[in-house]
Design a protein around this ligand. Structure first.
Ligand code: SIN
Length: 301
């Protein structure tokens, strides 16, 4: 039996497979297609201090090799999350990671503080959503801001704090280093790339907001490259994501330096995608006689 356990900032996951925030709701939608007990962790959609309506439709569009979204972090707010989603997820033997959203540093801190005594395992600070006017990527593209928001939220959080980075920057290692200096316990990368599609018949953008976040298999080489660069620049554990749909994809991220990986867009055409990724990792380990994942983590130098 191969050892699939991984440790992120002191939290042990039974395996490295997580769900990417925003692609899995709170897990409820997927419970009938798969056994949530098998996942290393469920990362829930961004949670804010108050309910957010999100952006007007259309806010999802298919593209070659992926999709665009501009959901705008629609969510019912942290109180509903605590009342309904935590008890649901706690029925399963999996870790709970809460992606936290805010329009201001204070709002991020309020969510972290509200969750301090909640039964969740990790927080993921969302300073990378490209679909909101305040907060999100507005905080994630300036290293001074990355450091500041990380430091402030850290003061209010009891659980380890993972900072989710945006690829929409010139040098992602600058943001990774800033998060590390600010006190982050780990990093997750990448969020979506800013993209756009135009309906040439209607002569207008496909998404109501014009631009949105591009995800899916087409972005995988960008994500692998960024995980690789960040691994060389900081010593924090990395959760790698961006276009992962198979076990082989996940192994690429692990060899680039990721401790855990998250499956996102693949869920929309295959609700069992994360479990198939897990099976694929196990098959790879069997085939190449890899006893534990740390033997291959970051082997690309
Ligand atoms: C969204 O809700 O707009 C996507 C979430 C994200 O990109 O973090």
């Amino acid at each position: 039996m191969k050892n699939l356990k991984v440790n992120i900032a002191g939290v042990e996951l039974k395996n490295p497979v997580m769900t990417a925030s925003g692609t899995f709701g709170s897990g409820r939608e997927y419970g009938e297609y798969m056994d949530l007990n098998q996942l290393g962790a469920v990362v829930v959609k961004g949670v804010a201090i108050t309910p957010w309506k999100g952006n007007p439709p259309p806010r999802i569009a298919e593209t070659y090799g992926g999709m665009l979204n501009s959901v705008g972090l629609q969510n019912p707010g942290v109180e509903v999350f605590i009342e309904q989603d935590i008890p649901f997820l706690r029925q399963y033997d999996t870790k709970i990671v809460v992606n936290i959203a805010g329009k201001t540093i204070e709002e991020y801190c309020q969510v972290a503080e509200r969750l301090a005594d909640a039964d969740v395992d990790l927080l993921e600070l969302n300073i990378s959503c490209p679909n909101v006017k305040e907060g999100g990527v507005a905080f994630g593209t300036d290293p001074r801001m990355v450091e500041k928001v990380t430091r402030e939220v850290k003061k209010h959080s009891k659980q380890p704090l993972i900072v989710k980075l945006s690829p929409n920057v010139t040098d992602i290692t600058e943001m990774a280093k800033a998060a590390e200096v600010g006190g982050a316990d780990g990093l997750s990368l990448i969020n979506t790339l800013l993209g756009m599609s135009i309906d040439i018949h209607k002569r207008r953008p496909v998404l109501a907001m014009g631009v949105g976040g591009f995800s899916g298999p087409a972005i995988k080489p960008v994500a692998v490259r960024m995980v690789y660069q960040v691994k060389q620049a900081v010593s924090l554990p990395i959760i790698g994501m961006g276009g992962i749909a198979t076990g082989e994809d996940a192994i690429e991220f692990i060899m680039a330096g990721a401790t855990a990986i998250a499956v996102g867009t693949a869920h929309f055409h295959n609700p069992r995608a994360s479990l198939e990724v897990l099976e694929g990792i196990q098959e790879y380990m069997e085939k190449y006689k890899v006893q534990e994942l740390k033997k291959i983590r970051g082997i690309i130098k």
